[in-house]
Design a protein around this ligand. Sequence first.
Ligand code: ZN
Length: 310
Amino acid sequence: MALSLRLRLGRPELGRYADRFGIPQAADGLGVTFLGVASLLIEDRTTAVLTDGFFSRPSLPRVALGRIAPDEARIDATLARAGIDRVAVVAPVHTHFDHAMDAAVVARRTGARLVGGTSVAQIGRGGGLPDDRIEVVVPGEPMTVGGFRLTWVEGEHCPPDRYPGAITAPVVPPVRTDAYRCGEAWSILVEHETGRSALVQGSAGFRPGALAGRRAEVAYLGIGQLGVQDDAYLEQYWAETVETVGARQVVLIHWDDFFRPLDRPLRALPYLGDDLDATMRVLTRLAERQGVGLHFPTVWHRENPWALLG
Ligand SMILES: [Zn+2]
């Protein structure tokens, strides 16, 4: 509610956080490439796993007023620029358009299986993906994908969830934005045979205790809409994710303005929808107090966040 009363124009300046960019580049071995919002290409040169794969990034007027559909030219350009050829698994963190809209097309293009909850399966079906390329997970049960072990843990979406509920019929684009209901909101645990581990937390929501007993060295932490929550919410979110899994390095995701194409420089969401500066005030305090590293990923760069662990 406070959000609609705030008449602050403009957007946070990313340059304020310049010293938090620059995660070491991955040489060979395990690497993570940030591709906007919560899209992360996690690969070890043999096997690639892609969260979300959202590359169309339709404009705000289209999202608000029109019908949306995957933009195949933008998807192809992104896959080419990121050097993505084969992907084993496309794993949307939930099924809002800014995560899952392109998932069926990306899975089709890259030979991947589309994996997630029952809602993402409907996006796969609507997108013409054959049934044997769609897999509904058992929450909490690990799945082996090459050298990776992936575990989907169900959580909650950050309030307010503008399109709540499950998708119960195939989504055949073009559709209105509200066709992309939230579905299950996943925390995805990524464990690699080298012993490296990461948590991918797509939405800044949590279900108390859901991650108890899980461990991850690095947390890719979604911060979309965190800037409009109160401090107590941010502290609890951090406790239920970063602290619970014992992550020593945090990489922030879901802060870029996704109404702008990925081939233009990333900028923060405007104050009207979020407030990165407010988020950073709280997270910086928590990270410093707990001796946890706090970083931004650089789009298109293949990075090795585990190198930060020392
Ligand atoms: Zn969402």
